[in-house]
Design a binder for this molecule. Structure first.
Ligand code: IPM
Ligand code: MG
Length: 300
């Protein structure tokens, strides 16, 4: 990352990160920018909401009976530790990484998740781990239950990550706040992102409460469609919604942005979520439609 970009980042209140990467870059080059921001700003919360808009039920890959009363899950992924510390070695015969969780790292993310669940009136919080096999998960689970005792009003559940992957498509309606470590969070949040109709819909926040935070759509740079004006802008727009709520503390404006997106989805669609009864819109048209809908809502 150029020094100039870094200077701008550290002099900002919040950062909106566009998708990066083009074919042919050395391995890890694009990822290194994301890592630098997450690690150096200590953005220990990766907030990944997975909400299926009613308007997009037809685009969900699950059958109606599995969608049930709807999908509205927030993944709270630990964002600085575990395998992502990149401690390890590789040679031609052997390779390893170290999965290290610390008490401090577990406590702060699990507390954040409990507070998030409380603030959003959730009545259940799910912890995802692999405590039947991994030491870091044993520590994680212990700390999860220690913290749970401060929140008797919230139901808690522990699920092994392999079983969770199954339950996420079998009964997605049964989850609300889901808290997990870095590697498991990476994997299950991609599974979740597709349930809401398209990767192009999924937003995220890399947050250190009270400090500079970074918001980004979950999708990558999609070089195969670059320059065609067909990409779905909603993942980015909903990332701005998260920024306004989490960094700038305007929950109501955030809600209006989400409602404006829903209004727009009832009228038109980008090609990744197209519907034969609605106009197919370009990236710019979708952006303008959402902006019009938002103006109407903010005037009310
Ligand atoms: C994500 C991405 C990153 C991650 C990659 C690009 C390093 O998959 O934000 O989920 O694994 O965290
Ligand atoms: Mg990922």
């Amino acid at each position: 990352m150029p020094n100039k970009s870094w200077e701008i980042i550290i002099n900002s209140d919040a950062v909106l990160f566009g998708a990066i990467g083009i074919p042919g870059l050395p391995q890890g080059a694009a990822e290194s920018a994301i890592f630098k921001i997450r690690q150096e700003l200590d953005l220990y919360v990766n907030l990944r909401p997975i909400k299926l808009f009613d308007a997009l039920r037809d685009r969900c890959p699950l059958k109606e009976e599995f969608i049930g009363k709807g999908i509205d899950i927030t993944f709270v992924r630990e964002n600085t530790e575990g395998l992502y510390r990149k401690v390890g070695e590789i040679n031609d015969n052997e390779a390893h990484n170290i999965m290290k969780y610390t008490r401090k790292g577990c406590e702060r993310i699990i507390k954040y998740a409990f507070e998030y669940a409380k603030k959003n009136n959730h009545n259940k919080i799910t912890s995802v781990d692999k405590a039947n096999l991994l030491n870091p998960s044993l520590l994680w689970r212990k700390i999860f239950h220690e913290i749970a005792s401060d929140y008797p009003e919230l139901k808690t559940e522990d699920i092994y990550v392999d079983a969770f992957c199954q339950w996420l498509i079998r009964a997605p309606y049964s989850f609300q706040t889901v808290v997990t470590g870095n590697m498991f969070g990476d994997i299950i949040s991609d599974e979740g992102a597709f349930l809401i109709g398209s990767m192009g819909m999924a937003s995220s926040g890399n947050i250190h409460p009270g400090k500079i935070s970074m918001y980004e759509p979950i999708h990558g740079s999609a070089p195969d469609i670059a320059g065609n004006n067909i990409a779905n802008p909603i993942g980015t727009i909903l990332s701005v919604k998260l920024m306004i709520q989490e960094s700038f503390k305007h929950p109501n404006i955030g809600k209006e942005i989400e409602s404006a997106v829903e209004d727009a989805l009832n009228e038109g669609r980008t090609v990744d979520i197209k519907n034969p009864d609605l106009n197919t819109l370009s990236t710019k048209e979708m952006g303008s439609l959402i902006s019009e809908k938002l103006k109407i809502r903010l005037k009310k």
